[in-house]
Design a protein around this ligand. Structure first.
Ligand code: GDP
Length: 221
């Protein structure tokens, strides 16, 4: 694992529909969750960049899919938060079409990280995300966020409860507890991202320097 890969993340573009997205090539890992679940904080913590995904939500961008470039082939994708109260039905439907279209038709998407507040049950919209990803066979990794809000014992119990709930529903998602505030669970989450992004191992990288010359034979006597 190499955290610098994520620290290099830079904002690329935002899209309101599939046509506005970068070319469907390379590798993408998307982040989704109900609004306030801790998605922006998680992205920032994983990239070790405090202002990357704005926790204070840039107006006008909250309903767009945002792309962050890691390298020429790899992107992190911030899907619009869902579950806002008092949002008109037409907007909810538009959100649904955008996310569904992305999850079902984006070839370069390798996995979805789903943020769920550890204190709250999975809601209908979270289950909807699991259903769409199941349809496309997309792996999902759930971060039970804000784990610092529970004692260690209560957190472990909650993790086990959600694990059982998912299994009973036939969902194959993996899950872990996470706290952006404490930096808890970063390594586990990054290992999952590393796996999905298929970073080339350093040994596989092309040699950048010529074969070193043979060192001179030690002088004898
Ligand atoms: P988003 O709407 O899903 O992007 O959520 P944010 O990342 O903006 O977080 C929503 C609220 O939860 C903010 O007040 C954050 O400070 C808070 N929050 C996010 N992550 C954590 C965490 O790990 N621990 C605690 N205690 N609060 C958090």
């Amino acid at each position: 694992m190499n955290p610098h890969r994520y620290q290099a993340a830079e904002y690329l573009t935002a899209a309101a529909d599939l046509r506005g997205m970068p070319a469907d090539l390379g590798f993408e890992v998307a982040f989704a969750g109900r609004s306030n679940a801790g998605k922006s904080s998680a992205i920032n913590a994983l990239c070790r960049r405090s202002g990357l995904a704005r926790t204070s939500k840039t107006p006008g961008r909250t309903r767009l899919i945002q792309f962050f470039r890691l390298d020429d082939e790899r992107r992190l994708v911030d899907l619009p938060g869902y579950g806002f109260a008092n949002v008109p039905l037409a907007v909810k439907q538009q959100w649904g079409r955008l996310i569904e279209g992305y999850l079902l038709h984006r070839h370069c998407l390798r996995g979805l990280v789903l943020m769920v507040d550890i204190r709250h049950p999975l809601k209908d919209s979270d289950w909807q995300m699991l259903e769409w990803t199941a349809q496309s066979g997309m792996p999902v990794h759930i971060l039970l966020t804000k784990a610092d809000k529970l004692s260690r014992g209560a957190g472990a119990k909650r993790l086990q409860e959600v694990r059982i709930e998912l299994r009973q529903a036939g969902a194959t998602a993996t899950l872990q507890s996470f706290s952006a505030l404490r930096g808890q669970g970063l390594d586990e989450a990054l290992a999952c991202l590393d796996d999905w992004f298929q970073w080339p191992s350093p040994e596989a990288a092309p040699a950048t320097s010529a074969t070193p010359k043979e060192s001179p034979a030690p002088a004898s006597g």
